[in-house]
Write a protein that binds this ligand. Structure first.
Ligand SMILES: [Zn+2]
Length: 330
């Protein structure tokens, strides 16, 4: 499948934290021809095993996205909601959303709210219902909703919600497809509940018990007008080798190895230092007696908004780097 089509397919699937089943099913289908064994653990992590003779290596990419969850139905039919993961109220004004059952709605601001100091309490979902009864026929408390816009492409750039982190799921599938040797014993793990605190990666790392781990995730690209300097990555400059984020300081051995492999294989790469946000690497490196952990990051602008943006050349570079690490002598 063409890279953009794969990304568009994965980003369109409903899968906020805790509701990743449909994403897991789609990934399992795509991974099956390249896997020796595919299992799901208690929390829902999808574990794709490709047997090899060398050390155990775990790749992790989270399947879940941020999302909204219905908390209260107003008498006038408005749906009040809370958030799953890092949803910023000011990023979702007037955004169309879709519940898991297909019901559409739009995020609206309560008329009296101060737009500069928005909180979740100032927002409601308009699902077209005129009363609590009508709303209840469409949405139940606890139902989850996600941004309803589709992936688009302009040149090499992809604009879509949920590139965090379906683009990394695509990267792992692309890497898996390219493997030739059986150097290392490989586990490609598609984790659950990252956005609410790296929960799936914790149990996945325990069950896999790897010697080496690589978390694949997006990293903030701060290369747009007026951007802060909260991170080092930029779009179109290659695979980002993680040095640190707020959840992990990567093992120096991993930073060195990934950088050296990029140079050797002529894969464009850059350094990822992120001072806002964490990844599954945070949970994995602290598993059991500790795991030698690094990260491969896809630079992404406007993370957690409906218009996340990545560059397809970076996606390609990340897939090549992941495949190179999977097959290197450790
Ligand atoms: Zn992420």
């Amino acid at each position: 499948m063409e890279t953009f089509d794969l990304i568009a397919r994965l980003t369109a699937i409903h899968g906020p934290s805790g509701r990743e089943g449909a994403v897991a099913a789609a990934i399992a289908g795509l991974a099956r021809p390249f896997a020796d064994d595919i299992t799901t653990d208690t929390l829902g992590n999808l574990i794709v095993h490709r047997k090899g003779s060398g050390p155990k290596v775990m790749f992790a990419a989270h399947m879940d996205s941020i999302g909204l969850v219905a908390t209260y139905l107003e008498e006038n039919g408005a749906v009040r909601f809370g958030k799953l993961g890092g949803v910023q109220p000011q990023n979702i004004r007037n955004v169309p959303v879709r519940f898991e059952n297909g019901v559409l709605g739009a995020v609206k601001v309560n008329g009296k709210a101060d737009e500069d100091k928005l909180t979740m309490d100032d927002l409601y979902l308009d699902i077209g219902a005129a009363s609590r009864e009508e709303a209840a026929a469409l949405v139940k408390l606890g139902d989850t909703a996600v941004y309803a816009t589709a992936a688009g492409r302009t040149g090499n750039r992809v604009i879509s919600p949920y590139l965090d982190n379906r683009v990394s799921c695509a990267v792992l599938l692309m890497a898996l497809e390219r493997l030739e040797s059986r150097e290392n014993d490989l586990y490609f793990v598609f984790t659950v509940q990252e956005e609410v605190g790296l929960r799936g990666a914790k149990t996945a790392a325990y069950v896999v018990d790897p010697e080496f781990a690589v978390a694949v995730d997006v990293t903030g690209a701060y290369d747009y007008p007026g951007a802060s300097r909260a991170g080092s990555a930029a779009l179109g400059k290659g695979a980002a080798v993680k040095v640190m984020d707020t959840s992990v300081i990567c093992h120096p051995q991993m930073v060195e190895k990934l950088s050296a492999l990029a140079v050797e294989s002529e894969i464009p790469y850059q350094i990822d230092v992120l001072t806002r946000g964490g990844t599954d690497a945070g949970a994995i490196h602290q598993s059991r007696l500790g795991v030698i952990t690094g990260g491969i990051s896809i630079p992404c602008r406007y993370t957690h908004t409906p218009t996340e943006t990545v560059d397809l050349s970076d996606v390609e570079a990340c897939a090549r780097l992941a495949a190179a690490f999977a097959q290197c002598k450790l």
